[in-house]
Structure formats: structure tokens, C-alpha cells
Design a protein around this ligand. Structure first.
Ligand code: TYM
Length: 351
């Protein structure tokens, strides 16, 4: 049997974000904004708030609940429409955790040991890290495959995890002699697949960076956004006319990429318009653009957060729709693996 499934799967997009603290401009440009585009193109889209992933490192329960609602508000404010996309939090659909267990038994220790994100997050304290943090990519594979999702838009930092999801699908299909799970396609496209820190152009913009000046949070007001861009680290040279001129200028490249992603143009077009200008001119233009694009989002998030019950209701509805897709796929998986499924409507094929 070939390792490449011959079954064709309809295009279905899945992606997820952790509710582990505030959303950054990196999450917005690298993920949410692109999720909205996919939805608006009429593709079937499933978007998840991965609360089970968040608890792989300690989360205060009250803060986790707040961060989950705030993330939901971020998705909605950015344009995710719960009537067109399925929007839900992971823990309300138990099939994710159940399929993850199966994948714990498919993935190999050596595969997970190679994950750079585990090494980065656990650092020198790997022995103290939770088992969940180590097995995290298996749950991520389950998130995707429990919907037979075919395409996964993410930022650059998730590439290795998606390769693991592909390996898991291939090994499962191979071990059980089936043509069952799709081999997912990572979708890592556009100018903002790796938004960098405003303080250090070699580091990813991240909610866990100790310096708040390093990132723009989606909850920042107009003054904070403008101030952070004004203070962003740069070099003394004017902007080049061409992309090649950004070589070795990580901070300049980052600001150009951010501008391009916010304005929906290419970095080349940004340089055609701004090449030759110094940062004294470019930064105010970028600040104005960022405020114009992010302020309405920020205001809408705040409005939505005033009605947490409505957010919870929407997440519950999304979870019902997600469950309806995931549960039959989980049942088929368990049947393939050899588990007896004889309870009520969940009975298997009787092989
Ligand atoms: P998370 O919560 O760290 O990030 C959510 C999304 O935002 C992207 N991102 C960035 N993109 C560009 N520049 C940045 N500086 C930046 N920072 C974050 C991430 O690449 C991601 O797309 N493991 C995932 C969540 C997850 C998931 C999944 C994703 C769980 N299950 C299934 C896809 C499919 C994570 O921790 O993302």
C-alpha cells in the first residue's frame, strides 16, 4: 500500500490559537487575518480556541477563562462569522483528546524529541516540563485530523508541528493498512508568516516576551500602538528601493512586512512607495496605518467582552457543529484500531 492516500478529501480548513494570554499583531497578521480571508473565499473553515493546549503550561483558571473569551472576541472582531465558520473551544469537543491518545500511540518518542518548540519552551528544565507539553504536537495532529482537514493556515513557527501531523497520518494509514487520514497541507503564505519583535528583529514577536514594547497587543489603544512603532528598533539607513536591499536589515524588513500585511500589498510595493525615505517618515506612516486597521478591531473586542454570556453561547453552538463532524471520524478511527464500539448510536462496523 502506498503511503500517499488516494482518497480525495474536500478542501476543509482548520486552524487554532492558544488562549494563553493576549493576542499579538503576530497572531493577527500570521493567523486570524488569513483565517478571515479563507472564510470569505467560501471555503469550509473550522477555527478553534485550543484551551487544552494552553494548559500544557500553568494557567490560572480564572485568567484562562478570561483569555478564552477575549480570544473569541478577537476572532469575531476580526471578521470570523460564526454562521460561516465553525468557531469553538477545543475542550468542549472531547473527540480531540480521545484521538490525541490514539496518536500518542502512533507517534514515536524520537519524533517528539526533535520538536524545536518543546526545546524552546522547556529550555533547560525539560525534566520539570509537563508530559502534555511534550505530547502537545500529537494533540495538534488530532485537532486537524479529527475533521479530515486538508489545509492548515499557520505562521512559520508551526511548520515543524504540521510536518509531524503529516507523519502521524502517514504512519496511521500505513500501520493499519487503510487510506483513512488526509496528509495535511501547511499554508504558510504572505508577508507576515513571521512577525518579529519590535525590539529585536531576530526574535519572533511573542506574547511571552517579558518586554511589552516588543509587541503590539490587539488590546493596545491607538496611543500605545503609535508609541511602540515610534520606539521600534531600526537602523540609521533609509529604506531601500528593492527587497534585496533588506538583506541583513532584520528590523527594517520586519516593519516593511508589517506594513505590507496590514495594507494587503506586497513588500515590494511598500518599497516602491517608500524606498529612499528614512524611518522618521516611514514609522509615522506605519503607525497611522496600524492605528487605522487595529483600532476598530480593538473597539469591537471591548464591546463583545461586555457580554461574556453571548460569547459562551456562540462557542457552545460552534462546539455542537464541530462535534457533529468529529465524532463519526473518531468512531471510525477507534473501529479501525480494533476497539469494540457497541454503545447506542456509536456502534462500529462489527468487523
Ligand atoms: P499559537 O497560539 O502560538 O499562535 C497562533 C497562530 O499565530 C501564529 N503566530 C505568528 N505568526 C506570525 N508571526 C508571529 N510572530 C506569530 N506568533 C504566532 C502561529 O503560527 C499560529 O498560526 N500550536 C498552535 C495552536 C494549534 C494549532 C492546532 C494550529 C493547536 N492545534 C491545529 C493549527 C492547527 C500554537 O501554539 O499557536
Amino acid at each position: 500500500m502506498s503511503d500517499t492516500p488516494s482518497k480525495t478529501f474536500p478542501k476543509r480548513i482548520f486552524s487554532g490559537i492558544q488562549p494563553s494570554g493576549g493576542l499579538t499583531l503576530g497572531n493577527y497578521l500570521g493567523a486570524i487575518k488569513r483565517f478571515v480571508t479563507a472564510q470569505d473565499e467560501g471555503i469550509e473553515t473550522i477555527y478553534c480556541l485550543v484551551d487544552l493546549h494552553a494548559i500544557t503550561v500553568w494557567q490560572d483558571p480564572a485568567k484562562l477563562r478570561h483569555a478564552t473569551r477575549e480570544l473569541a472576541a478577537g476572532y469575531l472582531a476580526a471578521g470570523i462569522d460564526p454562521a460561516r465558520s465553525i468557531l469553538f473551544n477545543q475542550s468542549q469537543v472531547p473527540a480531540h483528546a480521545e484521538l490525541a491518545w490514539i496518536f500518542n500511540c502512533v507517534a514515536r518518542m524520537g519524533w517528539l524529541r526533535r520538536m524545536t518548540q518543546f526545546k524552546d519552551k522547556a529550555g533547560k528544565h525539560a525534566e520539570e516540563a509537563s508530559v502534555g507539553l511534550f505530547a502537545y504536537p500529537n494533540l495538534m495532529a488530532a485537532d486537524i485530523l479529527v475533521y479530515f482537514a486538508t489545509h492548515v493556515p499557520v505562521g512559520e513557527d508551526q511548520k515543524q508541528h504540521l510536518e509531524l501531523a503529516r507523519d502521524i497520518a502517514i504512519k496511521f494509514n500505513h500501520d493499519f493498512g487503510v487510506d483513512f487520514f488526509p496528509v495535511v497541507e501547511p499554508v504558510i503564505e504572505g508577508a507576515a508568516t513571521r512577525v518579529m519583535s519590535l525590539r529585536d528583529g531576530t526574535k519572533k514577536m511573542s506574547k511571552s516576551d517579558p518586554s511589552d514594547q516588543s509587541r503590539i497587543n490587539l488590546t493596545d489603544d491607538a496611543d500605545a500602538i503609535a508609541q511602540k512603532i515610534r520606539k521600534a528598533r531600526t537602523d540609521p539607513e533609509p529604506l531601500p528601493e528593492t527587497i534585496e536591499g533588506l538583506e541583513g536589515r532584520a528590523e527594517a524588513r520586519n516593519l516593511v512586512n508589517i506594513y505590507a500585511a496590514l495594507a494587503d500589498v506586497t513588500p515590494g510595493q511598500v518599497l516602491s512607495a517608500h524606498g529612499g525615505k528614512g524611518f522618521g517618515t516611514f514609522k509615522p506612516a506605519l503607525a497611522e496605518l496600524a492605528v487605522e486597521k487595529l483600532s476598530p478591531l480593538n473597539a469591537e473586542m471591548r464591546r463583545l467582552m461586555q457580554d461574556p454570556a453571548e460569547i459562551d453561547r456562540l462557542l457552545g453552538q460552534g462546539a455542537d457543529r464541530a462535534h457533529a463532524i468529529a465524532q463519526p471520524i473518531l468512531e471510525q478511527t477507534l473501529d479501525i484500531v480494533g476497539m469494540i464500539r457497541s454503545r447506542g448510536a456509536g456502534s462500529g462496523s462489527g468487523r
